[in-house]
Ligand binder design. Structure first.
Ligand SMILES: [Zn+2]
Length: 442
């Protein structure tokens, strides 16, 4: 496909969304810049351009007219489509989005052209029944790990349809029984057997399809890694038990695989000696984590190769905690920002690179610069960027060890860092660090 062919469809889509907000010629040029000069894919270009010309846009795109589509034709860039689908699998849960408990329904939908995963955001007014047929209206799609995912936001509509659909299984979880290591679990595994130790368990009462149910969840580990599990039955699980789980399936949340024990799952207690956990359990390479989409509680060693924009001394909205730009919160307008310190690092371990978001405590710890000191530096220089420049001098091109959870979204894999430290590479680096720590205390 030549480049002109990539620009025109994007132009037609964006023209509808940005009606009256930008001249045609300017829009076409901007698309060209993103696609040809920046080399970004259509999906990201679209999101970036909408944001550029219509900063008030939040998630979900509003277009004048919708198009009916089949799952097999989805590209992951649709902004407003209608689908008629059968529910292959559905689960409800609550997730925390910017600190707010938000109900979501997610699972797999199918039609006669294929299957894909879906998520319905922040809607407690919708009940879906497995095997039922529904029309999804005003849906949008995103591309995740090369597969289109269907999303319904607050503008979307869902109606039950009196029809049956013969689902063609394309991306259905494979039903071939697979024996897997926990570190290799990835989205789409449909009948998996793992052996591991229950590290934690908690019971929660939830409402699923209008009925109260108890769901058990926690963390299970083997030598290759840890994974969150959830069980919809009481399998008499106990903390510390070593168990073999047969016929479980894997679903991902923001790229992080989770092991689900459903109606068909069998659990048996096995000999504790089958699993020997030591302190290398959490060690992974960037490539290993990217291959499975994400992971909890992993440790990665690599080089800090870049400090991204938005690092150093930043201001946050006192209401929603979002980072503010020029004193403006994207949601709450002009606010009196609360100062914070953070790093957005890119860490490369030779197998790949991930972003790492480092909070104030860890940033203060590794740089030796406290928030109050950062504010003083910024005040003296009359420029907050003096802080990020100083941080870059301290951390860039140094070997670090980071640990935390790695999730993936359309911007790629990101670690939410729980701990970070320099890896001593040689005596000189060690001496420099000592010097920096002394300097920081002066
Ligand atoms: Zn705000």
């Amino acid at each position: 496909m030549n480049k002109e062919d990539r620009i025109t469809p994007l132009f037609e889509d964006l023209k509808k969304v940005l009606e009256g907000k930008v001249e045609d010629a300017q829009l076409r040029n901007t698309i060209k810049t993103y696609i040809e000069d920046y080399g970004v894919d259509e999906n990201r270009a679209k999101a970036a351009i909408i944001k550029k010309f219509d900063p008030s846009t939040t998630s979900g795109f509003v277009t004048a007219d919708t198009v009916s589509k089949k799952i097999g034709d989805l590209t992951g860039t649709e902004m407003n489509i209608d689908l008629t689908v059968k529910i292959v699998y559905v689960e409800s849960r609550e997730v925390s989005i910017r600190g707010k408990a938000t109900p979501i329904l997610s699972g797999i939908i199918g039609d006669d052209t294929g299957t894909c995963s879906f998520t319905i955001w922040d809607r407690d007014d919708i009940t879906l029944i497995k095997g039922g047929t529904y029309s999804f209206r005003n849906a949008y799609t995103k591309l995740f790990r090369n597969q289109a995912q269907v999303n319904i936001g607050t503008r979307g509509k869902i109606e039950e349809v009196d029809a049956d659909i013969d689902v063609r299984s394309t991306q259905m979880p494979s039903s071939e029984p697979t024996v897997a290591k926990i570190g290799d679990l990835t989205e789409g595994m449909g009948s998996v057997t793992v052996t591991g130790r229950i590290l934690s368990i908690e019971a929660r009462n939830v409402i699923a399809n209008n009925e109260p149910k108890t769901v058990y969840s926690g963390i299970i580990s083997d030598e290759s890694g840890k994974v969150q599990y959830s069980a919809w039955n009481d399998f008499s699980l106990n903390e510390g038990d070593t168990i073999r789980v047969k016929n479980a399936y894997v679903r991902s949340w923001r790229g992080i695989p989770q092991l689900n024990m459903g109606d068909r799952t069998e659990v048996e207690k096995v000999d504790d000696n089958l699993i020997e956990l030591d302190d290398t359990v959490n060690r992974r390479t960037v490539a290993e984590v990217i291959n499975v989409g994400g992971a909890i509680d992993v440790e990665i060693d690599g080089m800090a190769i870049d400090l991204r924009e938005g690092s150093g001394l930043i201001g946050r909205c006192p209401t929603c905690n979002r980072a503010v730009r020029d004193g403006e919160c994207s949601l709450h307008g002009r606010v009196e920002p609360v100062a914070d310190l953070r790093m957005k690092l890119i860490i490369d371990d030779g197998t790949g690179a991930i972003s790492a978001i480092v909070d104030r405590g860890n940033t203060e710890g590794i740089t030796g610069i406290s928030l109050s000191e950062a504010e003083r530096m910024s005040g003296d220089a009359g420029d907050p960027s003096v802080v990020s420049r100083r941080i870059a001098e301290i951390v860039l091109m140094r070997k670090v060890s980071v640990n935390g959870n790695v999730l993936s979204d359309e911007y790629g894999p990101t670690m939410i860092v729980k701990g970070i430290s320099f890896k001593p590479v040689d005596v000189k680096a060690g001496a420099e660090r000592l010097y920096e720590e002394m300097e920081a205390t002066l």
